[in-house]
Design a protein around this ligand. Structure first.
Ligand code: ASP
Ligand code: MG
Length: 411
């Protein structure tokens, strides 16, 4: 008999019918003999609605009070599911974060879980009950309700699974797993059977929005096997786990991630002296702007060029800071471009295979796509290209790395 934590997202509990469906599913699972802890989100749209209510009172709601409001969404769904289970003859009990005692720090709206008291849950499981826990919320040491940041129910699920040493944490959602890339861009994208925590973190931070990033970090840290599954379709989903080295037949690249959220800034004709990178990027970070990729050219005539990317929302702000710096250090000019996209290939297989980057560059060259910037890490190669070539690039790479699904037989 296994202990499983099952987390259902907002669309999976978005209506009474859906909640009844989830109850059916949980019941079946329970009857198969596993101990179950179920973590729920609020009904889809509900958290936004609650935030909107607060904003009708004030533009800047006090974070503590905002948590009091937004935590109510999950309190509704857990009680409804517990009732739906009991109606089906399945003993169940619901708990808010405070009732379990999911202890967090006091950083309202983005709290971190410090400790979970597992006593109550264990006693309920022992008594044969399904335990239904509100996602996204906790309580600080003073008894204030806290929330974990948007999408935080994933983290609740993983944290509970870690605390209870569950056999698996299953994240039920509206997709049937993690894909090699976005199927809307590449129809031949395939569901992955398995992906490592590291790869998933890269995919998530690069824009694949299946899981909250923090939940993946948490799962990796505590080695909680995570599985992403469709709420209402049968299937094995995607298992996210540690690299088990048995992946001989695994492709070198697991997925292609991309995002359109970045913008590029260049400062030219910078006197090339020690400390120049600090002089340029210091004021950027002092303005709380996060920098992603950075390239500095080899100097020529004692001057150099410097290019970096920031989030597109911060482009204007960064541009102004950079113009100011240019004046101060006597650089020649500042320029920028918001019509760029970043495309990345991700895979732990890169560690043991040479030539992965050049295969990527070759595939892009064949499509005459110009690469503007490159950065690499142990398990990732990213390039910046002109935005209008994004889709073409992703498709070409998906094919070049043999990720395309075999042509489907008609059913
Ligand atoms: N209901 C919260 C949100 O919408 C938490 C979650 O769904 O994970 O962000
Ligand atoms: Mg979610």
């Amino acid at each position: 008999m296994a202990l499983i934590v099952q987390k259902f997202g907002g669309t999976s509990v978005g209506s009474i019918e859906r909640i009844e469906q989830v109850a059916e599913k949980v019941k079946k699972h329970r009857e198969a003999g596993d101990d179950l802890v179920v973590v729920l989100s609020a009904m889809s749209g509900e958290t936004n609605r609650l935030i909107d209510l607060a904003k009708q009172i004030t533009d800047q709601p006090v974070p503590r009070e905002l948590d009091v409001i937004v935590s109510t969404g999950e309190q509704v769904t857990i009680a409804l599911l517990a009732m739906a289970l009991m109606k089906r003859g399945v003993p169940a009990v619901s708990y808010t974060g405070n009732q379990v005692r999911i202890l967090t720090d006091s950083a309202h709206n983005k709290a971190r879980i410090l400790q979970i008291d597992d006593q109550k849950i264990r006693a309920d499981l022992k008594a044969g009950r399904v335990v239904v826990v509100a996602g996204f919320q906790g309580v600080d040491e003073h008894g204030n309700i806290t929330t974990l940041g948007r999408g935080g129910s994933d983290t609740t699920g993983v944290a509970l699974a870690a605390a209870l040493k569950a056999d698996e944490c299953q994240i039920y959602t509206d997709v049937d797993g993690v894909y090699t890339t976005d199927p809307r861009v590449v129809p031949q994208a395939r569901r992955l059977e398995k992906i490592t925590f590291e790869e998933m973190l890269e995919m998530a931070s690069l824009g694949s929005k299946v899981l909250q990033i923090r939940s993946v970090e948490f799962a990796g840290k505590y080695n909680v096997p995570l599985r992403v599954l469709h709420s209402f379709k049968e299937g094995p989903g995607t298992l996210i786990t540690i690299d088990e080295e048995e992946s001989m037949e695994q492709p070198i690249i697991s997925g292609i991630a991309f995002n359109r959220d970045e913008a590029k800034l260049t400062i030219r004709g910078v006197p090339d002296t020690p400390g120049v990178a600090f002089k340029i990027l210091g004021p950027i970070s002092a303005s709380n702007i996060e920098v992603d990729m950075i390239v500095q050219n080899v100097s020529h005539d004692n001057t150099t060029d410097f290019t970096f990317t920031v989030h597109r929302n911060e482009y204007e702000k960064a541009y102004a800071v950079l113009e100011n710096t240019a004046r101060e250090i006597g650089a020649r000019e500042v320029s920028g471009d918001t019509k760029i996209a970043k495309v990345s290939i991700v895979g732990v297989g890169m560690r043991s295979h040479a030539g992965v980057a050049s295969r990527m560059f070759e595939a892009l060259a064949k499509e005459s796509i110009n690469i503007q910037m490159i950065s690499t890490s142990e398990i990732k190669v990213s390039v910046v290209i002109e935005e209008k070539y994004l889709e073409l690039a992703v498709r070409a790479l998906h094919t070049a790395f043999e990720l395309d699904a075999p042509a489907r037989q008609s059913e």
